[in-house]
Design a protein around this ligand. Sequence first.
Ligand code: CIR
Length: 259
Amino acid sequence: MWTAITREVSPALAGCELSFVPRNPIDVALARRQHAAYCRALELLGCDVIELPALPDYPDSVFVEDVALVFDHVAIAARPGAESRRGEGDAVHEVLGSLRPLLRIEAPGTLDGGDVLCIGKRVYVGISARSNEAGRAQLRELLAPYGYMVEGVATRECLHLKSAVTEVGVGTLLVNHAWLVDAAPFADYRMIEVDPDEDHAANAVRIGDAILYPDSFPKTLARLHAQGINVTTVDVSELQKAEGAVTCCSLLLRTAVTA
Ligand code: CIR
């Protein structure tokens, strides 16, 4: 029912872009093992995983979420805000093009997939250093024929919108309010706040009724458990040092879409 596109960790991961976290030594061999375990966890949660080979020239290429957006009836080749990441997407777009009609964000638009949170037919786009107004305007036009409403949400002190908020259940968001300039666009949803000691804890992958989540945020994990949310944890410490989170390591597609 689900397909996940992933890419193996680049041997150059230590040369990744960093914006809001300090540079610390990364154990690339451990990152590769953690990434392999992440892919196995996706399989156990019911995904067919298409794993693309590592790209030695692109340190951040494991973070496939940023190079494309996938909706039920269309996919969009994104145009990452960081110039070093612009060449990462080709093979991902090729796979997506075989599964969905493929549209594109064009220059001067920039848009990172990490800035795009889709909940039903509502698409929230982070107003961040990576995604610009031209990118958002193009996304709005590309998605209008498919019935999606696109709305900008300003973030602060974090890389992407999905660093600050993700969906963890139908109508339920996991949120770090400190990183949202204005949470009003989310007023209609039920919110679970991250624990104040765990800034980076708002990023979770949702696959149906299940959540894939880092094992490094025990206090927020307890809040998810308290709400009866079914959580599988993974250790992604080395990817977190590259300012990655769990959503950014996969592109998820519903495989059987009928309507
Ligand atoms: C970057 O700065 O682009 C990478 N080091 C991290 C990207 C993480 N992507 C994501 O959260 N969607």
